[in-house]
Design a protein. Structure first.
Length: 250
């Protein structure tokens, strides 16, 4: 962020320039009831090569890739490869490439799992999952979106209270770029009926009772996000929690 940009009147420390803030608000209202293709088409046209997408190969991400393959197949797509993902998730990357020709880039933390666990005297996901997610997801994401102006995510409003507060187009103060959520207002039922109808590849673990799939040590079968970080209050990895100016989460 340049000093000139920070000095603009009315600009908050973590906020967009005023003109961009106004544009985001306008588009969020205009596109609130739009279908995902229209939202993605706007984003691809507006941000061009500045647009990127993060996917954990969840069913929503796979559906967005289905749309993106038609709308903007050259969009750079990446996965945060923590080193703890399921083998089934990693295989899905190959299936996506075969079906859509989209090469998903693997973005990795600076240490391997073995190095990380040696450094900390064992795995942190058991006792300090927030730290583990921060080190192996948030920091790599920050690096992965540097230089981009917008990113696409597959969050849906009905998943968590945090996500219910989102907009289809919003400013992401945590990472300093525009965030586009084309499936925000879709239900799980609508996502799944579309995936089945259009033959979109999805993670085979969904057929084994896993609704939401993250890292293997922190994911169990269950409805919605109940299988994530079982037994803990945590239900977000930190990527989609917006921070206010003073750093508190919503
Ligand atoms: S989901 Fe679990 S293993 Fe993956 S980064 Fe977070 S705490 Fe670590």
């Amino acid at each position: 962020m340049s000093m000139e940009a920070l000095a603009q009147p009315g600009r908050r420390p973590n906020g967009p320039p005023p003109e961009l803030a106004a544009e985001i608000a306008d588009q969020a209202a205009l596109l609130d009831h739009a279908d995902p293709e229209a939202i993605l088409s706007w984003a691809a046209g507006r941000f061009g090569a500045g647009l990127t997408m993060a996917t954990a190969f969840g069913v929503e991400g796979c559906l967005i890739l289905h749309f993106l393959a038609k709308i903007a197949p050259g969009t750079r797509v990446f996965n945060l490869d923590t080193g703890y993902q399921f083998a089934q998730t990693l295989r899905l990357r190959e299936r996506i490439r075969e079906k859509y020709g989209i090469e998903v880039e693997m973005v990795r933390p600076s240490t391997t799992v073995a190095e990380y666990e040696t450094e900390h005297g064992g795995p942190l996901h058991r006792h300090r999952p927030d730290q583990c997610c921060h080190d192996r997801k948030v920091i790599p994401l920050r690096r992965a979106v540097a230089g981009y102006t917008a990113w696409i995510s597959g969050i849906r409003a009905e998943e968590t209270a945090h996500r219910a507060g989102g907009k289809v187009v919003q400013w992401d103060a945590k990472f300093g770029l525009t965030k586009v959520n084309p499936l925000l207002n879709w239900t799980r039922k609508k996502v799944w009926s579309s995936v089945i109808a259009w033959g979109v590849p999805y993670n085979e673990l969904h057929d084994q009772g896993y609704d939401s799939i993250g890292c293997e040590p922190c994911t169990a079968p269950g409805e919605g996000r109940e299988g994530r970080w079982g037994g803990q209050a945590k239900n977000e990895c930190g990527l989609h929690i917006q921070e206010h100016e003073h750093g508190s989460g919503i």
